[in-house]
Design a binder for this molecule. Sequence first.
Ligand code: HEC
Length: 134
Amino acid sequence: MKRLAITFAALLAALPATAQDANDTTAGELIAKFAAEAGITPDAEVGKAFFLATQTGGGADTPSCSTCHTADPKAMGEARTGKPIEPMALSVNPKRFTDTAFVDKWFGRNCDSVLGRECTAAEKANVLAYYSSL
Ligand code: HEC
């Protein structure tokens, strides 16, 4: 048990560096990948509606993506802890969506918080198309 805890701590310590250094993808590549997986043509308007929608299934204090990211993806957001979140819109924050592991990690956490489930490939393609369209 103790050994497991140490390994986990080491993994956590390694995470931020990995997340910042990876730069292994682009928003365009991710949109294409998720759209192919879902068999859809990405639609920024559908992504916008998803981003702004009030959802059920997740935590009562996180009903929407916009709860933390605000209704304007070009603006700064704020996590539950009060920690600032850089804007999501690619036009004002070009560093967005360049690290596959980081994107997967946060889709995992955030979709669970808001929807109580994974986001579908279609939801991911559409919301990334929205962030990239602004
Ligand atoms: C509880 C607050 C919270 C909610 C609700 C939330 N997010 Fe996030 N999101 C964060 C935080 C914190 C980060 C990581 C910090 C950062 O990227 O600046 C993040 C990061 C992300 C990333 C990674 C961005 C990148 O640069 O790769 C994506 C994608 C994302 N969120 C999408 C969503 C979507 C879609 C929803 C709605 C289903 C959502 N978020 C709801 C807090 C939230």
